[in-house]
Every structure is written in C-alpha cells, then in structure tokens.
Design a protein around this ligand. Structure first.
Ligand code: G16
Length: 543
C-alpha cells in the first residue's frame, strides 16, 4: 500500500454550519476541497490512527467518488476499520444507529440533507461523534481551526473498493466492512414499535402513501412499511434513490412535496401520508385532508408516545428548538415533565439525550426523534404516528382536532426569504438587534411588543454557552415572531421568519394559519423592515 502525502494550503469557507459543511457540489469537487476538509476532520478529532468509523451518504451526485477518497484517506491516516453501507448508502438516522451499536469512534455522513443534489446542486459532509450525533460546537470549532492551518493530507494510491459487494475488504491493514444499509435500522424499529398492531391496522384496509422523494428512505420504507408491515405494494412512491433526486427538491414540506399534498387532499385520499428528505432524517405528516405542522406533530407524538412499547413507561422530558412552537411545552406541563428550549440544530439535543433528561425532541424544520439514535429520524416519526393510529383507531384529523381542543392550538408558520444578498441580510439583522432594547411597549398594528431579546443558550449538561441564536419578539398576549438566518444554505442568505400565536377559544381552532397569524406577520414586517432591507415584500416559501 503506497501512502502519498500531498501538500496543500487552507481553502476559505470550510466553516461547518448548522449541520456540517454544505457547499455547491462543484465546490466540493474542486482540487483538494474534499481532501482538505476530510484531513481537517481527522486532525480536528485527534487523528484516526487505530480508530473505527461508519461512512455512508444519501446517494446524491458525487457520493460514490467522495466515499472512495474518504476510504483511501482513512487508510492512509491509519484507521483500523470502516463500516460502510452497500453502494455507499446510509440514511442519516441509520448511520447514527450503526455508530452506536458498533461502538465506533464516530462516522462521516455525506449529505446536504433536504437540499437538491446533482452537479449544479449541493453536497455536504459532516462528522458525527461516538454517541451517534452531529459533532457539538466544541468539536466543529477544532475541525474548522484545522482547515485554516492545513499543510498536507494523506491518501493511499490504491484502486477503488467494490462497494456493491457485501462483506469484508481491505485497504492495506484497514478493514472495510460493507453492510446492508437497511437491516440493523429495520431491526431497531421493530424493537421500538408495536409491529403486530400496525400490521393489523394495514390488514384492516388502512391506506398509506409514503413519498420517498427519490431519496434515501425509499429502500428503508419499502422494506419496513410494505414488506414487513403489509402496506399495499406501491404505497411507497418515488422509492428509488437517484443522484439528482429525480431532479427534485427532497424537502418534505407542502411546497416541495406538492404531489403528496395533492394526493392527500383528493376525495379518495389514503388515510395517512408522509414524506422524508434527501438523507431520511426529516418527515412530513398528513392525514386525509389535513397537513400536520412539524411543531404540532411533535406535540402529538409526545402526548401519545406511551402507545409505543419503547415509550410505555412515559417520557423523561422533551426538547424543542427555540423557533419551534410551544405546543409540546403544553404537553410537557400536563405530563409533569421538563421541557427544554435549545438553539436550532440537532447537535444541541445530544447532551440532553445522553444525560437522560429528555426522551423525545423535535424541530419546526420537520425533524423529530428520540433516544433511539442521536439524529432526527423521518421514518421513526412515521412509525410512531402509525403505532398511535393503530392503538387509537382515530383519523389524523380527529387526533389533531382532539389535541387542539385539549391543549389549545399554537397557530404556526415559517416564511422563508431565500437567496438574499448576505450584506442585506446582515444589515437587517444588525439593525434589528440594535433596535431590540427600544421595542418594548411599542405598538405595531394590533400588537404591542412585550419583550424583544436575542436567544442564547446555556447547555444545562455541560454548561457550554451558545450566543446569537435568533431574535425573538414577543407580543402582549403571547404571540411571537422569531427571526434567524439559515445555517444550511449554500448561496447568499436565507432569512427565516417564524410566526406563532396560541388560540384557546374552541370556536377559533380551525382557521387558516396565515389568517390566524395575519397580525403577527404584519407586525414582524414592520419591526424588521424586511422589504426595505431585502426588497422582498413576501416570502419565497411558506410552510
Ligand atoms: C439541519 C439540522 C437541523 C436544523 C436545520 C435548520 O437540518 O440538522 O437540526 O433544524 O438544519 O436549518 P437552517 O439553519 O437552514 O434553519 P438538516 O435536515 O438540513 O440536516
């Protein structure tokens, strides 16, 4: 085995964002870009000599060649074992599970999640720690520091590994174990949920449409929903992963999963609809004639989790990201358990899960998960919903109506203003930040500001402090608007405006969310002067 040491110089822009490094695919394919970043991960975690890693990705364009480079670099850096999904494929939650059950020193996940794939689209890479979760800021800071001082990387001069072949291979002394990407994950799901009850539900004629959006969950959903649980063949649609996700945008929301929305709003709609994203960690939930927001889904899952064997003893606590609606807090209060509010990014849940403080957590950005792995998990959320429906034998819309009647409804919406010039977005932000102290008591249309703050988080487990995590404007009566800049985009800036208002009047629980939130939307625009700074009068995407 020949090891080459290649000289290189630091490349700008290798700072990990909300979830690893995401860039245009062409940038990742530029000379030394991937190699620099991989070597910096290895250096940032103290080297990989004698270590074991899980490696896999969502199958997007460049996944296959990038994995070959990673394998050669891992061998050159002295790694002992790499566990890799067949054909280089692993969903993000499945990768997290493999890290945990094999006790590896972490893993590398190749994905830009819900961002489109292809030569002109996006690519990404992130390191997950031995607990199976995305590296915390302390670790990503070290990786970033390594990218700014890198002088060389190591790679073997060896042929490609045949990743279509299950079983053991090697590069020099480094073992490579090619595994079935679905098997261990499917076994875990069977442990968590009441599969016989869900089988009985399907056997009774219950119909599901699961839209895999041409992405990684196709094989997982087909195996579990159709083959194991007996959903009708063809229930999983767009089930074959493609490197460009069928030229689509694998983001499970009402805009990009419109095909599913149309099917679920039709008169002959199935009983349950769901979609997941590029790497399988996000989910979207629908019933016949109803879309369930991620925040409401989180609250409902927390309220009824005991239906599933894994959670029958109850929940230790729950956590949500700050911009996620407070619907789950109301459930926690009723259950008498703790509710945590963390910054955006799954990595912030890791400590709470590891410390046994929470059992279920979730985010407005279509992510829900539990202690079973350290990533959000799209198919897990679908199976928990199915377990709950199999137990209650109610429809999704009846479940939501009952939930709102019991707890009130946190009307919620997110407005995204995409691809704004970074300077303009930064100017809007710094102006608003400066204005926060003077907003209290001011009225904007029908609403008066009760409090305006910038969110910061002190991790209750390790005491680490994360500043500047979003601007929160709370109005008298409890409605709020939150503004933050996306940390997962690859061009310009995306401004996210999150809107929320609690309604407890039984007569007002079934409004159009945009109408219910109209006053909050107007006030947020007036306060942040969105049009003045960005030139945009309305959002590009509303979810
Ligand atoms: C990633 C993180 C999520 C986070 C989301 C927010 O999701 O894993 O925890 O909520 O980003 O994205 P943004 O910073 O754009 O608002 P994913 O699914 O892209 O990995």
């Amino acid at each position: 085995m020949t090891i080459l040491t290649i000289e290189t110089t630091p490349i700008e822009g290798q700072k990990p964002g909300t979830s690893g490094l995401r860039k245009k695919t062409k940038v990742f394919m530029e000379k030394n870009f991937l190699e620099n970043y991989v070597q910096s991960i290895f250096d940032g975690i103290g080297g990989v000599e004698g270590k074991s890693l899980v490696v896999g990705g969502d199958g997007r364009y460049f996944n296959d060649s990038a994995i070959q480079i990673i394998l050669r670099m891992a061998a050159a850096n002295g790694a002992a074992l790499i566990i890799v999904g067949q054909n280089g494929l692993l969903s993000t939650p499945a990768a997290s599970h493999l890290i945990r059950i094999n006790g590896t020193d972490g893993g590398l996940i190749l994905s830009a999640s819900h961002n489109p794939g292809g030569p002109d689209a996006d690519f990404g890479l992130k390191y997950n720690t031995p607990n199976g979760g995305p590296a915390a800021e302390g670790v990503t800071d070290k990786i970033f520091a390594a990218t700014t001082t890198i002088k060389e990387y190591k790679i073997t001069h060896t042929p490609d590994i045949d990743l279509s072949k299950l079983g053991n291979q090697a590069i020099g002394p480094m073992k490579i174990k090619v595994i079935d990407p679905v098997a261990d994950y499917a076994a875990l799901m069977e442990e968590l949920f009441d599969f016989p009850a869900i089988k009985t539900l399907f056997a009774s004629g219950f119909r599901i449409r699961f839209d895999a959006m041409h992405a990684i969950t196709g094989p997982y959903a087909t195996e579990i929903l159709e083959k194991t649980l007996g959903a009708a063949p063809g229930s999983v649609v767009n089930a074959v992963p493609s490197p460009t996700f069928g030229n689509g945008h694998p983001d499970p929301n009402p805009i990009w999963a419109k095909e599913l929305v149309d099917a679920m709003m039709a008169p002959d709609a199935p009983d349950f609809g769901a979609a997941s994203d590029g790497d399988g960690d996000r989910n979207m939930i629908m019933g016949r004639g109803i879309y369930v927001t991620p925040s409401d889904s989180l609250a409902l899952l927390a309220a009824h989790a005991r239906c599933a064997p894994a959670y029958e003893d109850g929940l230790l606590g729950v956590a949500r990201s700050m911009p996620t609606s407070a619907a789950v807090d109301r459930v926690a209060e009723r259950l008498g358990i703790e509710a945590f509010e963390t910054p955006t990014g799954w990595k912030f849940f890791g400590n709470l899960l590891d410390a046994g403080r929470v059992t279920i957590c979730g985010e407005e950005s279509a992510g829900t998960g539990s202690t079973h792995v350290r990533e959000k998990d799209g198919l897990w959320a679908v199976l928990l919903w199915l377990n709950i429906l199999a137990t209650t034998r109610k429809s999704v819309s009846d479940m939501m109506a009952q939930h709102w009647a019991d707890y009130g409804r946190n009307y919620y919406s997110r407005h995204d203003f995409e691809d704004i010039e970074s300077e303009k977005a930064n100017a809007l932000f710094s102006t608003l930040r400066d204005n926060l102290p003077s907003l209290k008591g001011q009225s904007f249309g029908a609403l008066t500001v009760a409090e305006a703050t910038e969110f910061a988080y002190d991790d209750p487990v390790d005491g680490s402090h994360s500043a500047a995590q979003g601007l929160i404007i709370t109005f008298n009566g409890g409605a709020r608007a939150v503004l933050r800049l996306s940390g997962t985009g690859t061009v310009g800036a995306t401004l996210r405006l999150y809107l929320e208002a609690l309604e407890t009047d039984p007569a007002l629980l079934h409004q159009d969310p945009q109408e219910a939130l109209a006053d909050v939307i107007d006030a947020a625009h007036a306060i942040a002067r969105i049009e003045e700074f960005t030139g945009r009068s309305g959002p590009d995407v509303i979810t």
